[in-house]
Ligand binder design. Structure first.
Ligand SMILES: NC(=O)c1ccc[n+]([C@@H]2O[C@H](COP(=O)([O-])OP(=O)(O)OC[C@H]3O[C@@H](n4cnc5c(N)ncnc54)[C@H](OP(=O)(O)O)[C@@H]3O)[C@@H](O)[C@H]2O)c1
Length: 306
């Protein structure tokens, strides 16, 4: 099988198309692999540093050898390949396309559990979503709207902000604005943040009393610390989300994946496919994601080589 392999940590040019033996054990014959921002961190050697050589890629859709159409989440990588290990496999209902299944699984679970399980979103909430046009963010915007909340969506370009307005965001804000708290125009009661650094600081500072911020990523590469005394004074909460904790609970994983597929199958949650790349162009997909120009989910067609 062919795979996009890295033999060194670094920029998007470290991927090389390489012939490898298929993984041992049960496998998925991959149709599409997903691109996730966490793989940018892994490729740079900043996060869950994989041993080299490595095949990155955390989510795939395809078929088991039995013919079952499945999606799988690969916590140890292996997704940027024509055959992947069959880990955390869930059946894909007939009415959900491969692209939609891939786009609503890893990113949809992150959006759902940040918004509902931790954020306890309700119709009275004013919800801010950072990186709102991205893979997780554009699903979170739709789910927050469906929960009846008022939605303020942050994104870095006019084109992304127009997309977010189409998706139903009530207000959009330029994520480069130097004073995000002021730019919101109102105090949020719930913030979903995947950027960290000054974005987290400013949005946490803008929370209404009794508001909460759910942190689930650090695209800015700047870590945050929180002083408990300050939380008491402001009466706000800081929560964190990691998908691994959902995967640790098989029943929670299966039921929430089934809910997301149900919503996708009925057209109540629609992922945007922001780019479809051949296996030889995984590096280009990473470069595009890092350049902050993409929206929605990027997918790799592992059987297209050019
Ligand atoms: N905790 C978990 O278990 C979990 C699971 C899945 C994903 N995540 C996290 O969720 C976030 C979204 O993941 P995704 O795959 O859907 O990616 P994505 O949102 O499609 O892409 C990242 C977005 O982050 C924004 N951004 C802000 N500062 C950036 C910077 N310095 N460099 C690059 N981008 C920057 C950009 O949006 P603007 O340019 O519009 O601001 C960019 O489009 C990531 O932080 C990821 O690590 C966490």
């Amino acid at each position: 099988m062919l795979a996009a392999v890295i033999t060194a940590f670094g920029g998007p040019d470290v991927f090389a198309l390489t012939e490898l033996p298929a993984p041992a054990g049960e496998v998925v014959d991959v149709t599409l692999a997903g691109v996730n921002f966490a793989d940018v961190h892994r490729r740079r050697g900043e996060y869950e540093k994989p041993s080299l050589p490595a095949v990155l890629g955390a989510d795939v859709v395809g078929r088991l050898r039995s013919g079952r159409r499945v999606a799988a989440l690969l916590r140890a990588g292996g997704g940027y390949a024509q055959v992947a290990p069959a880990q955390h496999v869930v059946d894909v209902p007939g009415e959900v396309s491969d692209e939609q299944a891939l786009a609503v699984l890893e990113q949809g679970l992150t959006a759902w559990h940040s918004l509902h399980t931790l954020g306890r979103v309700g119709a009275d909430d004013v919800v801010v979503v950072t990186a709102a046009a991205g893979g997780v963010g554009h699903l979170a915007v739709q789910l927050a709207r469906a929960a009846g909340a008022r939605v303020i969506a942050l994104a870095s370009s006019p084109a992304k902000r127009a997309f977010l307005t189409e998706l139903g965001a009530h207000v959009t804000v330029d994520s480069h604005h130097p004073d995000l708290g002021a730019a919101l125009g109102e105090a949020p009661t719930l913030v979903l943040d995947s950027v960290g650094g000054r974005t987290f600081e400013q949005l946490h500072g803008a929370l209404a009393p009794f508001g909460r911020i759910v942190a689930y990523g650090g695209a800015s590469d700047v870590a945050n610390t929180v002083a408990v005394d300050d939380l008491m004074t402001a009466s706000t909460g800081v929560l964190g989300f990691w998908l691994q904790r959902v995967l640790d609970d098989e029943e929670l994983y299966r039921s929430s994946a089934a809910r997301l597929f149900h919503l996708a199958g009925r057209g109540l949650l629609t992922a945007r496919i922001g780019g479809r790349y051949p296996l030889s162009a995984v590096g280009r997909a990473h470069a595009d994601l890092e350049s902050r120009t993409t929206s929605g989910k990027l997918v790799i067609d592992v059987h297209r080589l050019t």
